[in-house]
Design a protein around this ligand. Structure first.
Ligand SMILES: C[S@@+](CC[C@H](N)C(=O)[O-])C[C@H]1O[C@@H](n2cnc3c(N)ncnc32)[C@H](O)[C@@H]1O
Length: 317
Protein backbone atom coordinates (compact mmCIF):
# COMPACT_ATOMS: atom_id res chain seq x y z
CA UNK A 1 0.00 0.00 0.00
CA UNK A 2 2.72 2.51 0.94
CA UNK A 3 4.43 1.75 -2.41
CA UNK A 4 1.19 2.65 -4.16
CA UNK A 5 0.89 5.84 -2.08
CA UNK A 6 4.47 6.83 -2.96
CA UNK A 7 3.76 6.39 -6.65
CA UNK A 8 0.63 8.55 -6.63
CA UNK A 9 0.54 12.31 -6.96
CA UNK A 10 -1.83 14.61 -5.05
CA UNK A 11 -4.73 13.80 -7.36
CA UNK A 12 -4.24 10.04 -7.07
CA UNK A 13 -3.91 10.18 -3.29
CA UNK A 14 -7.00 12.35 -2.92
CA UNK A 15 -9.05 10.09 -5.21
CA UNK A 16 -8.05 6.82 -3.51
CA UNK A 17 -8.56 8.36 -0.08
CA UNK A 18 -11.84 10.06 -1.05
CA UNK A 19 -13.37 6.95 -2.63
CA UNK A 20 -12.61 4.97 0.55
CA UNK A 21 -14.59 7.44 2.68
CA UNK A 22 -18.27 7.16 3.40
CA UNK A 23 -19.84 9.18 1.86
CA UNK A 24 -17.36 9.25 -1.01
CA UNK A 25 -15.89 12.76 -1.44
CA UNK A 26 -13.36 14.40 -3.76
CA UNK A 27 -12.31 18.05 -3.29
CA UNK A 28 -13.52 20.58 -5.88
CA UNK A 29 -10.00 21.72 -6.80
CA UNK A 30 -9.55 18.47 -8.76
CA UNK A 31 -12.14 19.59 -11.33
CA UNK A 32 -9.54 21.88 -12.84
CA UNK A 33 -7.39 20.01 -15.30
CA UNK A 34 -7.11 21.71 -18.73
CA UNK A 35 -10.50 20.35 -19.88
CA UNK A 36 -12.13 21.28 -16.56
CA UNK A 37 -10.83 24.85 -16.84
CA UNK A 38 -12.21 25.10 -20.40
CA UNK A 39 -15.59 23.77 -19.28
CA UNK A 40 -15.65 26.25 -16.39
CA UNK A 41 -15.13 29.07 -18.93
CA UNK A 42 -18.18 27.78 -20.84
CA UNK A 43 -20.17 27.75 -17.59
CA UNK A 44 -19.36 31.44 -17.00
CA UNK A 45 -21.17 32.29 -20.27
CA UNK A 46 -24.36 30.31 -19.53
CA UNK A 47 -27.64 32.24 -19.06
CA UNK A 48 -28.31 30.44 -15.73
CA UNK A 49 -24.83 31.21 -14.34
CA UNK A 50 -25.40 34.72 -12.96
CA UNK A 51 -22.19 35.02 -10.80
CA UNK A 52 -19.71 35.94 -13.55
CA UNK A 53 -21.74 38.61 -15.32
CA UNK A 54 -22.98 40.09 -12.03
CA UNK A 55 -19.54 40.25 -10.44
CA UNK A 56 -18.05 41.70 -13.65
CA UNK A 57 -20.69 44.46 -13.64
CA UNK A 58 -19.99 45.19 -9.95
CA UNK A 59 -16.25 45.44 -10.65
CA UNK A 60 -16.87 47.84 -13.56
CA UNK A 61 -19.28 49.98 -11.54
CA UNK A 62 -16.97 50.23 -8.49
CA UNK A 63 -13.46 50.03 -9.95
CA UNK A 64 -12.61 53.62 -8.94
CA UNK A 65 -14.03 53.14 -5.42
CA UNK A 66 -11.96 49.97 -5.09
CA UNK A 67 -8.77 51.75 -6.18
CA UNK A 68 -9.43 54.52 -3.64
CA UNK A 69 -9.58 51.87 -0.89
CA UNK A 70 -6.66 49.72 -2.05
CA UNK A 71 -4.50 52.61 -3.24
CA UNK A 72 -2.71 52.57 -6.60
CA UNK A 73 0.60 50.87 -7.46
CA UNK A 74 1.95 47.87 -5.56
CA UNK A 75 1.14 44.36 -6.74
CA UNK A 76 -2.08 42.41 -7.33
CA UNK A 77 -2.08 38.73 -6.26
CA UNK A 78 -5.02 36.75 -7.66
CA UNK A 79 -6.04 33.48 -6.00
CA UNK A 80 -7.58 30.95 -8.45
CA UNK A 81 -7.15 33.27 -11.43
CA UNK A 82 -8.46 30.91 -14.15
CA UNK A 83 -8.79 32.91 -17.39
CA UNK A 84 -8.09 36.23 -15.56
CA UNK A 85 -11.06 37.58 -17.54
CA UNK A 86 -12.19 40.06 -14.84
CA UNK A 87 -8.67 41.09 -13.85
CA UNK A 88 -8.10 43.87 -16.45
CA UNK A 89 -10.94 45.89 -14.87
CA UNK A 90 -9.04 45.89 -11.58
CA UNK A 91 -5.60 46.42 -13.16
CA UNK A 92 -6.79 49.49 -15.08
CA UNK A 93 -8.04 51.06 -11.83
CA UNK A 94 -5.21 50.04 -9.47
CA UNK A 95 -2.31 50.38 -11.96
CA UNK A 96 -0.01 47.92 -10.13
CA UNK A 97 3.57 47.34 -11.23
CA UNK A 98 3.15 43.57 -10.90
CA UNK A 99 0.40 40.95 -11.24
CA UNK A 100 0.78 37.47 -9.67
CA UNK A 101 -1.92 35.01 -10.76
CA UNK A 102 -2.01 31.75 -8.73
CA UNK A 103 -3.85 28.69 -10.07
CA UNK A 104 -3.74 24.93 -9.75
CA UNK A 105 -4.48 24.46 -13.48
CA UNK A 106 -0.91 25.06 -14.67
CA UNK A 107 -1.23 25.02 -18.48
CA UNK A 108 -4.40 27.10 -18.44
CA UNK A 109 -2.66 29.56 -16.07
CA UNK A 110 0.32 29.95 -18.43
CA UNK A 111 -1.90 30.70 -21.43
CA UNK A 112 -4.03 33.20 -19.47
CA UNK A 113 -0.94 34.90 -17.99
CA UNK A 114 0.70 35.19 -21.43
CA UNK A 115 -2.41 36.82 -22.89
CA UNK A 116 -2.69 39.22 -19.98
CA UNK A 117 1.01 40.16 -20.16
CA UNK A 118 0.70 40.87 -23.91
CA UNK A 119 -2.27 43.17 -23.30
CA UNK A 120 -0.57 44.98 -20.36
CA UNK A 121 3.12 45.47 -21.29
CA UNK A 122 3.57 47.96 -18.42
CA UNK A 123 2.76 45.29 -15.77
CA UNK A 124 5.19 42.49 -14.84
CA UNK A 125 3.31 39.18 -14.71
CA UNK A 126 4.54 36.34 -12.44
CA UNK A 127 2.30 33.25 -12.81
CA UNK A 128 2.48 30.87 -9.83
CA UNK A 129 1.24 27.32 -10.55
CA UNK A 130 0.14 25.61 -7.36
CA UNK A 131 -2.43 25.00 -4.68
CA UNK A 132 -3.30 28.21 -2.83
CA UNK A 133 -4.18 26.20 0.30
CA UNK A 134 -0.44 25.42 0.61
CA UNK A 135 1.86 28.12 2.03
CA UNK A 136 2.63 30.59 -0.78
CA UNK A 137 5.93 32.40 -1.07
CA UNK A 138 5.73 35.53 -3.19
CA UNK A 139 8.87 36.35 -5.23
CA UNK A 140 11.37 38.46 -3.20
CA UNK A 141 11.78 41.02 -5.96
CA UNK A 142 8.11 42.05 -6.04
CA UNK A 143 7.26 45.02 -3.83
CA UNK A 144 3.93 45.62 -2.10
CA UNK A 145 1.67 46.84 -0.86
CA UNK A 146 -0.24 43.78 -1.98
CA UNK A 147 -3.85 43.70 -3.14
CA UNK A 148 -5.33 40.20 -3.01
CA UNK A 149 -8.02 39.44 -5.60
CA UNK A 150 -10.27 36.43 -4.96
CA UNK A 151 -13.22 36.60 -7.38
CA UNK A 152 -15.74 34.03 -8.59
CA UNK A 153 -16.93 33.09 -5.08
CA UNK A 154 -14.24 30.39 -5.02
CA UNK A 155 -14.30 30.94 -1.23
CA UNK A 156 -17.72 29.22 -1.33
CA UNK A 157 -16.01 25.90 -2.12
CA UNK A 158 -14.61 25.84 1.43
CA UNK A 159 -16.64 24.94 4.53
CA UNK A 160 -16.76 27.92 6.92
CA UNK A 161 -13.88 26.82 9.19
CA UNK A 162 -11.68 25.98 6.20
CA UNK A 163 -12.68 29.32 4.62
CA UNK A 164 -11.50 31.15 7.75
CA UNK A 165 -8.19 29.21 7.70
CA UNK A 166 -7.70 30.02 4.00
CA UNK A 167 -8.44 33.73 4.41
CA UNK A 168 -6.07 33.84 7.40
CA UNK A 169 -3.32 32.30 5.28
CA UNK A 170 -3.99 34.88 2.50
CA UNK A 171 -3.64 37.57 5.18
CA UNK A 172 -0.28 36.07 6.22
CA UNK A 173 0.92 35.81 2.58
CA UNK A 174 -0.05 39.38 1.68
CA UNK A 175 1.25 40.96 4.89
CA UNK A 176 0.19 44.00 6.86
CA UNK A 177 -1.06 46.92 4.83
CA UNK A 178 -2.71 44.49 2.39
CA UNK A 179 -6.24 44.69 1.07
CA UNK A 180 -8.39 41.92 -0.35
CA UNK A 181 -10.99 42.33 -3.10
CA UNK A 182 -13.27 39.31 -2.81
CA UNK A 183 -16.45 38.21 -4.59
CA UNK A 184 -18.93 36.19 -2.54
CA UNK A 185 -22.17 34.63 -3.75
CA UNK A 186 -25.33 35.46 -1.79
CA UNK A 187 -28.14 33.36 -0.33
CA UNK A 188 -31.13 33.54 -2.65
CA UNK A 189 -34.10 31.65 -4.09
CA UNK A 190 -33.01 27.96 -4.18
CA UNK A 191 -34.53 27.54 -7.66
CA UNK A 192 -32.11 30.14 -9.07
CA UNK A 193 -29.21 28.51 -7.24
CA UNK A 194 -30.03 25.01 -8.44
CA UNK A 195 -30.46 26.20 -12.05
CA UNK A 196 -27.03 27.90 -11.92
CA UNK A 197 -25.45 24.51 -11.09
CA UNK A 198 -27.67 22.38 -13.33
CA UNK A 199 -28.00 24.29 -16.60
CA UNK A 200 -30.29 23.28 -19.44
CA UNK A 201 -27.41 22.79 -21.90
CA UNK A 202 -25.73 20.28 -19.56
CA UNK A 203 -22.37 22.10 -19.40
CA UNK A 204 -22.14 21.88 -15.59
CA UNK A 205 -23.01 18.17 -15.83
CA UNK A 206 -20.10 17.76 -18.28
CA UNK A 207 -17.85 19.73 -15.89
CA UNK A 208 -18.82 17.42 -13.01
CA UNK A 209 -18.40 14.24 -15.10
CA UNK A 210 -15.03 15.45 -16.40
CA UNK A 211 -13.67 14.49 -12.97
CA UNK A 212 -14.44 10.84 -13.85
CA UNK A 213 -12.83 11.25 -17.30
CA UNK A 214 -9.80 12.77 -15.54
CA UNK A 215 -9.55 9.71 -13.27
CA UNK A 216 -9.70 7.46 -16.34
CA UNK A 217 -7.08 9.54 -18.17
CA UNK A 218 -4.59 10.21 -15.37
CA UNK A 219 -5.11 7.31 -12.96
CA UNK A 220 -5.60 4.47 -15.42
CA UNK A 221 -9.28 4.28 -14.44
CA UNK A 222 -11.97 2.01 -15.87
CA UNK A 223 -15.00 4.10 -14.84
CA UNK A 224 -18.11 3.90 -17.03
CA UNK A 225 -18.79 7.64 -17.02
CA UNK A 226 -22.30 7.16 -18.46
CA UNK A 227 -23.19 5.16 -15.34
CA UNK A 228 -23.12 8.45 -13.37
CA UNK A 229 -25.71 11.21 -13.16
CA UNK A 230 -25.01 14.89 -12.30
CA UNK A 231 -26.94 15.75 -9.10
CA UNK A 232 -27.40 19.16 -7.48
CA UNK A 233 -29.24 20.10 -4.30
CA UNK A 234 -29.56 23.18 -2.08
CA UNK A 235 -29.18 22.49 1.69
CA UNK A 236 -30.81 25.33 3.51
CA UNK A 237 -29.54 24.45 7.00
CA UNK A 238 -25.94 24.34 5.77
CA UNK A 239 -26.37 27.28 3.39
CA UNK A 240 -24.76 25.42 0.52
CA UNK A 241 -25.29 23.93 -2.91
CA UNK A 242 -23.97 20.38 -3.14
CA UNK A 243 -22.87 18.75 -6.35
CA UNK A 244 -22.66 14.95 -6.58
CA UNK A 245 -22.05 12.20 -9.13
CA UNK A 246 -24.71 9.55 -8.53
CA UNK A 247 -24.41 5.92 -9.69
CA UNK A 248 -27.37 5.12 -11.99
CA UNK A 249 -26.84 1.42 -11.34
CA UNK A 250 -24.53 -0.83 -9.29
CA UNK A 251 -21.08 -0.28 -10.77
CA UNK A 252 -17.52 -1.44 -10.21
CA UNK A 253 -14.32 0.15 -11.42
CA UNK A 254 -10.60 0.35 -10.96
CA UNK A 255 -8.70 3.58 -10.42
CA UNK A 256 -5.02 4.06 -9.47
CA UNK A 257 -4.72 0.28 -9.26
CA UNK A 258 -7.48 0.01 -6.62
CA UNK A 259 -10.92 -1.58 -7.01
CA UNK A 260 -14.10 0.24 -5.95
CA UNK A 261 -17.78 -0.69 -6.03
CA UNK A 262 -20.78 1.63 -5.79
CA UNK A 263 -24.43 0.75 -5.28
CA UNK A 264 -27.19 2.29 -7.39
CA UNK A 265 -28.01 5.71 -5.88
CA UNK A 266 -24.68 6.06 -4.04
CA UNK A 267 -22.87 9.30 -4.78
CA UNK A 268 -19.43 10.89 -4.94
CA UNK A 269 -19.69 14.35 -3.35
CA UNK A 270 -17.69 16.63 -5.67
CA UNK A 271 -18.45 20.23 -4.66
CA UNK A 272 -19.89 22.46 -1.98
CA UNK A 273 -20.73 26.04 -2.80
CA UNK A 274 -21.56 28.03 0.32
CA UNK A 275 -23.71 31.15 0.00
CA UNK A 276 -23.48 34.00 2.51
CA UNK A 277 -25.73 36.74 3.87
CA UNK A 278 -24.11 40.21 4.29
CA UNK A 279 -23.87 39.63 8.08
CA UNK A 280 -22.14 36.29 7.50
CA UNK A 281 -19.59 37.89 5.14
CA UNK A 282 -18.68 40.40 7.84
CA UNK A 283 -18.24 37.58 10.37
CA UNK A 284 -16.11 35.67 7.87
CA UNK A 285 -13.85 38.71 7.39
CA UNK A 286 -13.42 39.45 11.08
CA UNK A 287 -12.87 35.79 12.04
CA UNK A 288 -9.99 35.62 9.57
CA UNK A 289 -8.03 38.79 10.36
CA UNK A 290 -9.65 41.17 7.88
CA UNK A 291 -11.72 44.31 8.47
CA UNK A 292 -14.54 44.97 5.97
CA UNK A 293 -14.16 48.37 4.27
CA UNK A 294 -16.87 48.21 1.61
CA UNK A 295 -19.51 45.89 0.21
CA UNK A 296 -21.55 46.29 -2.98
CA UNK A 297 -24.36 44.16 -4.41
CA UNK A 298 -26.42 44.42 -7.59
CA UNK A 299 -30.07 45.59 -7.43
CA UNK A 300 -31.33 41.99 -7.02
CA UNK A 301 -28.64 41.10 -4.42
CA UNK A 302 -27.52 38.18 -6.61
CA UNK A 303 -23.81 38.60 -5.80
CA UNK A 304 -21.62 40.65 -3.46
CA UNK A 305 -18.25 42.31 -3.93
CA UNK A 306 -16.12 43.32 -0.93
CA UNK A 307 -12.96 45.19 -0.04
CA UNK A 308 -11.30 44.14 3.21
CA UNK A 309 -8.23 45.52 4.95
CA UNK A 310 -5.66 43.36 6.82
CA UNK A 311 -6.03 43.87 10.55
CA UNK A 312 -2.68 44.63 12.18
CA UNK A 313 -1.50 41.62 14.19
CA UNK A 314 -2.18 42.25 17.88
CA UNK A 315 -2.02 40.34 21.12
CA UNK A 316 -5.22 39.64 23.03
CA UNK A 317 -5.29 41.43 26.44
C1 LIG B 1 -14.71 29.00 -9.56
S1 LIG B 1 -13.28 29.14 -10.58
C2 LIG B 1 -13.07 30.91 -10.61
C3 LIG B 1 -12.22 31.37 -11.77
C4 LIG B 1 -12.05 32.89 -11.87
N1 LIG B 1 -11.31 33.42 -10.74
C5 LIG B 1 -13.39 33.57 -11.96
O1 LIG B 1 -13.67 34.43 -11.13
O2 LIG B 1 -14.15 33.27 -12.89
C6 LIG B 1 -12.03 28.60 -9.47
C7 LIG B 1 -10.58 28.81 -9.97
O3 LIG B 1 -9.69 28.55 -8.89
C8 LIG B 1 -8.75 27.55 -9.25
N2 LIG B 1 -8.55 26.76 -8.04
C9 LIG B 1 -9.49 26.01 -7.38
N3 LIG B 1 -8.96 25.49 -6.25
C10 LIG B 1 -7.65 25.91 -6.22
C11 LIG B 1 -6.58 25.71 -5.30
N4 LIG B 1 -6.76 24.97 -4.20
N5 LIG B 1 -5.40 26.30 -5.56
C12 LIG B 1 -5.21 27.05 -6.68
N6 LIG B 1 -6.19 27.28 -7.59
C13 LIG B 1 -7.39 26.72 -7.35
C14 LIG B 1 -9.37 26.77 -10.39
O4 LIG B 1 -8.40 26.18 -11.23
C15 LIG B 1 -10.17 27.88 -11.10
O5 LIG B 1 -9.40 28.57 -12.03
Amino acid sequence: MSQLMNALDDFGLAVVDGLRQSPKTIAARFFYDQRGSELFEEITRLPEYYPTRTETALLRAHADDIARLTGQGGAVVEFGSGSSAKTPILLRAIRPTAYLPIDISADFLDLSAEALAAAHPDIEVFPIAGDFTDPIRLPDDVDGPFVGFFPGSTIGNFAPQAAVDLLRSFRATLGSGATLVIGIDTRKNPRLLEAAYDDAAGVTAAFNRNLLHRMNRELDGSIDVDAFEHRVAWHDGLGRIEMHLEAREDTEFRVAGQRFAMRKGETIHTENSYKYTPEETRLLARASGWEPLAMWTDADAMFSLHVWHAVAAHKEP
